[in-house]
Each structure stands twice: as structure tokens, then as C-alpha cells.
Design a protein around this ligand. Sequence first.
Ligand SMILES: Nc1ncnc2c1ncn2[C@@H]1O[C@H](COP(=O)(O)OP(=O)(O)OP(=O)(O)O)[C@@H](O)[C@H]1O
Length: 427
Amino acid sequence: MGIQNATSSPAPSKNHIDGHHHEVIPSSSLLVVVILVIIVILLLAILLLTVMLRRLQFSRANTAASTTRRIIADTDCMFIARSTMNIAPTSDRGCLYGNSSAGGTPPPKGREVQVQVQVFTLNEAEMATNKFSEANVIGNGASGAVFRGVLRDGTVAAIKMLRPHGRYAERAFRQEVDLLSRLRSPFIAELLGYCADQNHRLLVFEYMPNGSLHKHLHQRKTLNWGARLKIALDCAKALEYLHEHNTPSIIHRNFKSTNILLDKKLRPKLSGFGLAKIGSEKLNGQISTRVLGTTGYLAPEYASTGKLTTKSDVYSYGVILLELLTGRVPIDTTRPPGEHVLVSWALPHLTNRDKVVEMIDPILQGQYSNKDLIQVAAIAAMCVQAEADYRPLITDVVQSLMPLIKNPTTNLSSNSLRFSRSPIPRS
Ligand SMILES: Nc1ncnc2c1ncn2[C@@H]1O[C@H](COP(=O)(O)OP(=O)(O)OP(=O)(O)O)[C@@H](O)[C@H]1O
């Protein structure tokens, strides 16, 4: 029957070729299949792209973190080395570290302070400074221009745009961000945030409306004796905080009058931490390093051998004291021979009671007592001694200056009062 049926079946159609049987597929079904295949391929491609992008981001983040670790190793920085930060370019405003510490509290020895530092985009910095307009330039340092800017929340800030000098600039930038993110003192200009967008490196600081000590001493020439003494004391406290309240000590390495900024009450804060170094816990805190800094402020042993200690900062501090006393810049080749280098010219005057009055800034006439002048001159003389070991500790300088300040109430919150040591003997 079946055979019959088979033989009686109609003649093979055009779909029966070489004995193979093919179903008829309607063209609409074929279209659906093709579309489905295309959709699957597209989905797979999107998935693959997402995975690849994620991997790329992850490897960038790792590179940034490992660069920071390399820099930390380069700076012999045990203090910093307890954590790393990631400065991968980002468009997020965020925070590197957890809780903000109360302003003015020094970090307890051996413990890390965690401070909020904002991350800004280039766009935000451009908006704050009106696209870095000339009109907003408030300073021009060796490492770049500084702009006044208003941040989104209304805060006025000083935005330092670092020149793209290559590897060293990158290192200084990361060092400054990493260090300042951990330091809080009323005597240090606060880092509000940074921007590492594409090739741009910006540091965002609290704005110091009175500019630098350099400008006040050598251009405006308006600071009176009382203001200069307070500035001298607060600058010593800034160094005391770095040297004595951090373990290992931090050596500023670029202590100079353009890095001392004045707030609206002419109280100073230290800035310019791009060259700062962490002292070694061995070798009396001494480290050997490249000689960097500013001519006229460099301690002689550091300038000639590269051996750096906290006493190098004490020498630079002595030069600042001389600037405050005399109103002269550290190097001035327009002066008569023998007076070009402030330290060499001033030293013989400093220890001579009759001569010391001759070197004082003429605009200070009648503002100081001879007793106070002799005391400050004696401190300056000790700080700029050629022999580093004979220079005082900065904490001793703080203790010696404190009794000279007529209105000490504003200094009651200082570190020095809480970490006092015996003063150096009065001369
Ligand atoms: N936070 C700030 N507030 C107000 N003015 C500032 C601030 N930071 C810097 N300036 C001004 O910009 C000038 C240059 O600052 P910068 O930090 O570049 O100092 P510099 O010591 O001249 O350079 P560098 O540190 O690169 O050697 C300062 O002398 C000061 O007048």
C-alpha cells in the first residue's frame, strides 16, 4: 500500500533534487532569522566592548597607583608610604581620604591624618578662573602661574597651574598633593583640591588675600615691627609643626618669602611644598639629595654637598628673619660690593650691639625696643651659622620669640604652647 502510494504519488516537484527532500521556507521567516542573528551579533559586540573598556579603566587606575608608589619610594617617604592615592584623570568631584580633621590639629606622631581633598575637572577650574584669564593672575612662580578663582560653592581659591615640565613636574605635583592632604596646621596654606585632567595639573589652595611676604616686604613696604615679629613667630611655628610634630620630620626645602602667604590679618601660612622631603629616621634625620631650592636661602652644607636636614630649613628661616629685620632681599647685586649677599653683610652687625641698629629697615625707626632687636638679631645669627649643628632647633626659636610678642592671645591655639620645651638662654 505504502509502495503503491509511493508510486502513485505525484511527480517530484522542483524541490526534489538528487533524491534529497527540502522544506519550503517562506521568505518572511528567513527575514526574521536574519534579523535575530544580527541582533545576537550586535549584543555580543556590545558585551565585548564593555568588557574591554572596563579592563582599560582598571589598568589605567593601576598604573596611576603604581606611579604614586614609585614616587613614594623615590622620596624615601615612610610617612606617605602608608597609603597610596590614585590621581587618574576623572570627571568626578570626590574625596581622596575619609574624615576631615579639625583645622589646626597636628597629626599625632605615627598616625595619619585623613583630610578631604576635592578633585576638580579642568572645566570646573576654567569656570572658576574665567578660562584662566590674565585678569585673574595673582602670581607667577618658577613652576607656573597662580590664578584667583571662585569655586562652584562660592569659595575664593588660588589655583596654581603647573607648567608641563615632564617627569619632575609630575613628581612634584603628586608629592605636594599627597603631603598636603595629610597636613593640617593653622600655619600651612590649606590644599582644597587638585585637578589632573588630561595633561593639566592644577593645585587649588585656600586664597590668601594679602599675597606673599615677599610682596609686602619688598614692594609694598608696609609691615610694621609688631606685624613682622608675629610673622616671624608664626613662620617658626609652621616649621616647628613640620619638624617636630611629624615622624619622621618633614623638611620644607624651599622656605622663602614668596612661599610665605599672608591672610587678611597679615598672619602667615606656609606654601610651596613641591620640594619637601621626609627626613630619615637614621643618620640624625640627614638625607642626601639633589640640591634644589632658591639661591640666597640655601644652607651652605646643603648647597655644597646635598646633605639635607631640618637644620637646612632653620638656615632658610634665619634668612627670612634677616629679610624682616633689614627689608633687604637675600641676594641684591644692585647694592655696593660687600652687600650683595644679605647673610654675609648682616652677620658682623648681628652680634654687635652698636652696629645692629645700622642694619635695620629704616621704615621701622622708633617702633622697636633695643632689647627686642638684640634678641631677634641674636636668634637670626644663630640660625644662619655656617655649622649646621650649632643652629638651634626651630622649637627653641619659637620659645625665644614668644615672649617678644606683645599680644600673645591670638597665639594661644598654637602647637608650640602644647609642645613646649625649655627656651634657649637669652643673650
Ligand atoms: N594661596 C595663595 N593665595 C594668594 N596668593 C597666592 C597663593 N599662592 C600663591 N600666591 C601668589 O602667587 C605667587 C607665586 O606663587 P608660587 O607658589 O608659584 O610661588 P613661588 O615660590 O614664586 O614659585 P615656586 O614655588 O614655583 O618656586 C606667590 O608669591 C603669591 O603672590
